[in-house]
Design a protein around this ligand. Structure first.
Ligand code: PEP
Ligand code: CO
Length: 455
C-alpha cells in the first residue's frame, strides 16, 4: 500500500465510510465530456495555440459560498482573460481554483496556542478554523458539505455563463466598481470599447449576429489532496474507457504530496482527467522526468501540466536543468508558472504577504528561460480574488505594507486583489506579445530594464 501524506485522521472510521458511501452515489459535479474537451484544449496549448489562465483563492471557505463573491471571482477571471486575448491575440483556457478548493496541505499536524495543542486547520472540507477541540477534530460530514458547496458554486457559475454573463456584446457587465477608480480604468474601458466596435463591425459586414460570442468555457480545479474524497467521485462512464475524477475538471497534485511512490501519484496516474503537478524545491530533474513518465505514460499532449513554482530569485538556477531533462526524455508537458507560492514573505510585523514585482519578475523570467530552450510558457496559475482586499503589496494602486491590516481576509495564502490581478493581466499580455517578438530584456525588481544572461 502506498503512503498518503497530509490526510486527516478521523476519529470514527465507520462514520467516514458512511459519508464516502453517500458521496459515491451522488451525481458527479462535472462530465467526462467536459473533461475531455479541456484535455484537448490543453493539448492545443502544448502546441502553442492557446494559453491557460488558472486562478482563484488559495483556499475557498464555506462562508464565502455566496453570490457576490462567486460572481466577483468569475468576473475578474473573465476580465483577465479578455485582456490576455486582446493583448496577446491568443485563445485562453479559463480554469478557476474554485468549486472544491477546500482542503489545504499544512506544515505541521498540530497547532499550539497558550500551551494547548490541537489538530491543525486543514481547510473547511476537513475541520473548522476556530481554536477549540470541537472545531478542530476532523469531521467526515464536512466532506458532504464541501461537495454540496462545490455543486452550488458550479451551478451558479454555469447559470451566469448560460445567462449571458460572459457575452462579449456586453463586456461592460463585467465591470467592477473599483476598476473605475483604478489607474487602469482608462486602458480597460478603451479595450472594452474596441472589442464592442469590432463585433459590431463584423456583424454589419457579415449581416449576421455572432451569437457564439455570448458563451465561454469555464473549467474547475482544486488540489486533489483528500484521496477519500476524490476517490468517492471517481467513476466509470458509459462508452468511455477508464476512470474519471468527476469532482473537478482539472485536479492537481501539490508540491508536498508529489512523492514518486506516494498514494497521490498512484491515484492520479489512474484517472483520465488532464492533471497538473506542482513542482518546486526540493526536486531533481530526474524526479520530474520519472513523475512525467508515471503520470503520462502514453505521452499524450494535454494530459500533464507542470506548474513550476521556484520563486523569482531561484528560477534561473533551478528551472533550466528541469526543462532540459524533460526535453531529453521526450516528454510532452504544458509549462505553467505559479509565481505566487515561492514569492511569499513574512513582514516584520508577522504578516504573510507577496510583492507584485516579485510575482511579475518570476513570470518574466519563466517566459525567457523557456524561450531560450525552444519551449514556451503555456499558462499561469495565480492566487487572486475579485474583492478589493489588501493581502499582496505593490501594483499601480499602491498597496503598501502599512495597508495590509486594512482588509486582510485570506485564511491561508495572500491573494492578488481585483485591481492587482487585472494589472497583472495587462502586463502579462504585454509579456506574451513581447515574447512573440523575441525581445530579450526583463524589468528588474527596481523597475529597470536588464538583459537576461544567455544560457
Ligand atoms: C497551493 O496551491 O495553495 C499550494 C499549497 O501550493 P503548492 O503545492 O505549490 O505549495
Ligand atoms: Co496557496
Amino acid at each position: 500500500m502506498k503512503r498518503a501524506l497530509q490526510q486527516p485522521s478521523y476519529p470514527d472510521d465507520k462514520e467516514l465510510r458512511a459519508v464516502l458511501a453517500q458521496l459515491s452515489r451522488l451525481p458527479p459535479l462535472v462530465s467526462s465530456w467536459e473533461v475531455e474537451s479541456l484535455k484537448s484544449q490543453l493539448a492545443e496549448a502544448v502546441r502553442g495555440g492557446r494559453f491557460l489562465l488558472q486562478g482563484g483563492d488559495c483556499s475557498e471557505t464555506f462562508e464565502d459560498c455566496e453570490p457576490t463573491q462567486i460572481a466577483a471571482k468569475l468576473k475578474i477571471l473573465l476580465q483577465m482573460s479578455l485582456v490576455l486575448v486582446h493583448g496577446s491575440r491568443q485563445r485562453v483556457i479559463r480554469v478557476g481554483r474554485f468549486a472544491g478548493q477546500y482542503a489545504k496541505p499544512r506544515s505541521s499536524e498540530t497547532e499550539m496556542r497558550d500551551g494547548i495543542s490541537l489538530p491543525v486547520y486543514r481547510g473547511d472540507l476537513v475541520n473548522r478554523p476556530g481554536f477549540s477541540k470541537a472545531e478542530r477534530i476532523p469531521d467526515p460530514a464536512l466532506l458532504l458539505r464541501g461537495y454540496e458547496r462545490s455543486a452550488l458554486t458550479i451551478n451558479f457559475i454555469r447559470a451566469l455563463i448560460d445567462g449571458g454573463f460572459a457575452d462579449l456584446h456586453h463586456p461592460e457587465y463585467w465591470n467592477m466598481q473599483f476598476v473605475h477608480n483604478s489607474p487602469l480604468a482608462g486602458e480597460y474601458t478603451h479595450m472594452v470599447d474596441s472589442i464592442r466596435e469590432s463585433l459590431q463591425f463584423m456583424e454589419t459586414v457579415t449581416g449576421t449576429s455572432l451569437t457564439d460570442m455570448n458563451r465561454v468555457d469555464f473549467f474547475t480545479s482544486h488540489e486533489g489532496l483528500l484521496l477519500h474524497y476524490e476517490q468517492a467521485q471517481t467513476r466509470q462512464v458509459p462508452r468511455r474507457v477508464g476512470w474519471y475524477d468527476l469532482c473537478a475538471h482539472f485536479p492537481w497534485i501539490g508540491n508536498r504530496t508529489r512523492a514518486l511512490n506516494g498514494a497521490h501519484v498512484e491515484f492520479f496516474r489512474g484517472i483520465q482527467n488532464p492533471v497538473a503537478l506542482k513542482i518546486g524545491a526540493p526536486i531533481t530533474p530526474d524526479e520530474v522526468v520519472s513523475l512525467c513518465q508515471i503520470l503520462n505514460p502514453h505521452n499524450e499532449p494535454g494530459k500533464l501540466t507542470l506548474v513550476h513554482r521556484f520563486g523569482a530569485d531561484e528560477i534561473e538556477a533551478t528551472f533550466p536543468p528541469i526543462i532540459k531533462a524533460v526535453q531529453e526524455a521526450g516528454q510532452s508537458v504544458l509549462w505553467c508558472c505559479d509565481p505566487m507560492h515561492k514569492n511569499t514573505e513574512i513582514t516584520a510585523s508577522g504578516v504573510k504577504t507577496r510583492r507584485f514585482e516579485k510575482i511579475l519578475a518570476e513570470l518574466e523570467k519563466a517566459f525567457l528561460i523557456l524561450r531560450d530552450h525552444n519551449a514556451h510558457l503555456g499558462g499561469v496559475h495565480f492566487e487572486l480574488t475579485g474583492e478589493n482586499v489588501t493581502e499582496c503589496i505593490g501594483g499601480a494602486s499602491g498597496v503598501t505594507e502599512a495597508d495590509l491590516g486594512r482588509d486582510y481576509r485570506t485564511p491561508v495564502d495572500p491573494r492578488l486583489n481585483g485591481e492587482q490581478a487585472l494589472e497583472m493581466a495587462f502586463l502579462l499580455a504585454r509579456l506574451m506579445a513581447r515574447n512573440r517578438n523575441k525581445e530579450n530584456t526583463i524589468t528588474n525588481c527596481s523597475g529597470q530594464k536588464e538583459k537576461l544572461a544567455s544560457r
